[in-house]
Design a protein around this ligand. Structure first.
Ligand SMILES: *[C@@H]1O[C@H](CO)[C@@H](O)[C@H](O)[C@H]1NC(C)=O
Ligand SMILES: *[C@@H]1O[C@H](CO)[C@@H](O)[C@H](O)[C@H]1NC(C)=O
Ligand SMILES: *[C@@H]1O[C@H](CO)[C@@H](O)[C@H](O)[C@H]1NC(C)=O
Ligand SMILES: *[C@@H]1O[C@H](CO)[C@@H](O)[C@H](O)[C@H]1NC(C)=O
Length: 261
């Protein structure tokens, strides 16, 4: 009987110890990550850019989710996910001191964040800097952020060919005045998929100009075709179709850190 009790006790003890082992790892890692985030937030870098060099670069990309075009008001509204990537050496840390953690997430309000300005804005809100955004930060100082933004761009309308008209709209962005950075982008700064089809308009062409010599560093030009009655089946360019893959990837990854290609 005594032996039996002993075995039972041993078994219970064993289970408890094993559980401790499994469970305790997580809180320990979490405690380190909590401390890491606290330490990162401890610096007040919000107003000073990470780099004063004239060729400090921020990678910017927009993924179009939805668009509207109000031809009476001459306003094109783009609902996008904005992805940004840059390097901030001040946010580096030594993983050895933080349980081997090499990546964490933080709200953009705690650190410097590039102010993207829409130059041909239809309202006075040409700055969206203070909207919340989630950022993934690596111990190397690489920062990647994503946020939802809505841009209202002025687009002058020419009604000569109505209702079979085609409009050219632009979406012109640059760095906010107090921030000096060069906008860089992958071959295509604005990706779209089904978003290319609006309620009345379809985006049928896209081109961009990237030149940091100008204040309006990145200009994206969109061609919109009015879908007049009986004029269905407008083909979206293959480039737009290809971009769906990367867009879906970003959506499924939310809210995990976003890979930039
Ligand atoms: C950039 O310059 C400002 C003003 O001179 C200075 O306060 C700041 O520390 C500098 N930033 C870096 C990353 O060197
Ligand atoms: C600043 O940017 C320049 C050019 O991109 C780079 O060579 C330099 O290492 C950066 N300095 C810091 C402190 O990040
Ligand atoms: C700009 O982006 C392109 C494409 O992603 C990349 O090859 C290039 O090195 C980048 N330039 C800078 C200065 O970061
Ligand atoms: C950017 O604009 C400047 C000034 O107009 C021009 O000299 C330069 O060639 C342009 N660069 C590119 C890459 O188009």
């Amino acid at each position: 009987m005594a032996l039996f009790t002993y075995i039972v006790l041993l078994a219970i003890l064993n289970i408890t110890l094993a559980e401790d082992c499994v469970i305790n790892n997580v809180p320990e890692r979490m405690a380190f990550e909590k401390q890491l985030r606290k330490d990162l937030r401890g610096h007040d870098f919000r107003l000073t850019p990470p780099n004063n060099s004239s060729d400090f670069t921020v990678n910017v990309r927009f993924s179009l989710r939805k668009f509207d075009f109000d031809s009476d008001a001459g306003v094109m509204t783009l609902h996008t996910w904005t992805f940004m990537r840059w390097k901030d050496e001040r946010l580096k840390w030594d993983p050895e001191k933080y349980y081997g953690i090499t990546e964490t997430e933080m709200m953009s309000i705690y650190t410097w964040y590039p102010g993207i300005r829409l130059f041909n804005s239809a309202d006075s809100h040409d700055l969206d800097r203070y909207y919340y955004s989630w950022c993934s930060i690596k111990n190397t100082g690489d920062v990647r952020c994503r946020k939802k933004s809505t841009y209202d761009a002025i687009c002058s309308v020419k009604l000569r060919d109505w209702p079979y008209d085609q409009q050219q709209c632009s979406f012109e962005v640059g760095a906010w005045k107090s921030d000096h950075f060069i906008i860089n982008s992958t071959s295509r700064a604005l990706t779209m998929w089904v978003a290319a089809y609006g309620t009345e308009w379809t985006i049928t062409d896209y081109r961009q100009e990237l030149n940091s010599s100008f204040e309006r560093q990145l200009k994206m030009f969109l061609t919109l075709d009015r879908e007049a009655a009986g004029l269905g089946g407008i083909v979206v360019y293959p480039a737009a179709i290809l971009s769906v893959l990367s867009v879906t990837m970003y959506f499924t990854l939310v809210p995990k850190p976003i890979p930039f290609n």
